[in-house]
Design a protein around this ligand. Structure first.
Ligand SMILES: Nc1ncnc2c1ncn2[C@@H]1O[C@H](COP(=O)(O)OP(=O)(O)O)[C@@H](O)[C@H]1O
Ligand SMILES: [Mg+2]
Length: 333
């Protein structure tokens, strides 16, 4: 348990005796990794993060951060963590630098170290040039980076980020993650983030857990999760196609092939792993003197994973509140 950055056992959270936001959650996150808790809006992500950051008490079960119980040892836990909430957590009518100075004072960064640490944080987050400007004039992405800069001043062992790039355009999201990864490399911090964006989990997390309606439904690396959906499709567009039943027959006899079918000139083959199967199939086609115009590989996405484990599309389940959150982000500028 001590070895894990986060260890959660049979955690339950019920709001107001009615809403079961977390329903017997078990979770382990290893130190040093970037972990994504992926799920639609209302799944329970923020609730779990607020429990782990000692802001909320569980109804039942236990949770530990680096071996410390979040309820019993909350004071010690707070010394190891930092937290960037989903809502804006900086002041807009002062400068970025002033925001950092306030954080540094509140969190007791020694006076002599303040200047150096603030400059370092601004530098890593790519905000040195605008440190004197009012935060009001920052873009959404710059504000998010400032919030992360504030959270890193205390040099946490684990950083909790609730929807770190919600409402940001893809370019701004990319920069936020580039800077975060710089920070991670520099300090070896564990990153635990919530997201309802599949591609964010896919691109940036070493490890992913999928949560839906308070229950953990799947766990693994992006590759493992996609693999669990069952197979990839390799498609060959054949140059001259006349129906060749013997070809389909022969391909279906290969032991890694799970299915094969023709669709116009496309020969589609369902396999466990496209990359390793590809050479065998190309060899076979070559030996039959069949020329191929185009090869494509279709891999399952995390949305397919979500569909498999919950019977719904991730996008559909979150749509309404997502629009609301986008509006909120736009309003805040
Ligand atoms: N303070 C609260 N009181 C009552 N219900 C809440 C409260 N906070 C969250 N909920 C409910 O708990 C569920 C999980 O919410 P939340 O943890 O915010 O999900 P997520 O962060 O994944 O969107 C939702 O049904 C939400 O409406
Ligand atoms: Mg949330």
């Amino acid at each position: 348990m001590v070895d894990f950055a986060v260890y959660v056992k049979n955690l339950i959270k019920v709001y107001g005796g009615k809403v079961k936001a977390l329903d017997d959650v078990n979770l382990m996150v290893e130190a040093g990794e970037t972990f994504a808790l992926l799920g639609p809006n209302g799944a329970g992500k923020t609730t779990l993060m607020r429990i782990l950051t000692t802001q909320l008490k569980p109804s039942a079960g236990e949770a530990y951060v680096f071996g410390l119980n979040v309820t019993r040892d909350s004071g010690k836990v707070r010394k190891l963590i930092s937290y960037v909430p989903q809502e804006m957590s900086v002041w807009t009518d002062i400068s970025g630098y002033e925001n950092l100075l306030i954080y540094a004072k509140v969190f007791g960064v020694p006076r002599l170290e303040r200047e150096k640490m603030i400059d370092e944080a601004l530098d890593i987050m790519g905000l040195s040039d605008v440190k004197g400007e009012l935060v009001r004039t920052y873009s959404g992405g710059m504000i998010r980076r400032l919030e992360i800069a504030c959270a890193m001043l205390v040099k946490p062992r684990i950083m909790f980020l609730d929807e770190p790039t919600i409402g940001l355009d893809p370019g701004a999201r990319k920069i936020v993650w580039e800077k975060l990864n710089l920070f991670k490399k520099e300090y070896g911090v564990t990153i635990f983030f919530n997201t309802h964006y599949m591609d964010e989990a896919d691109l940036y997390a070493d490890d992913i857990a999928i949560i839906d309606r308070g229950k953990m439904v799947a766990r693994g690396t992006s590759e493992e999760l996609k693999h669990s959906v069952g197979g990839e499709v390799v498609s060959f567009t054949l140059e001259n196609h006349q129906s060749k039943p013997w070809l389909l027959e022969e391909i279906s006899r290969l032991k890694f092939v799970r299915g094969v079918f023709m669709e116009n000139r496309d020969l589609n083959i369902l396999v466990d792993d496209a990359e390793s199967s590809l050479p065998y199939i190309t060899d076979l086609l070559k030996s039959k003197a069949l020329s191929v115009n185009r090869i494509s590989i279709t891999k399952p996405t995390l949305d397919d994973v979500f569909l498999k484990y919950t019977g719904a599309r991730l996008e559909e389940r979150g749509r309404v509140s997502d629009v609301r959150q986008m509006r909120y982000m736009i309003r805040r500028g």
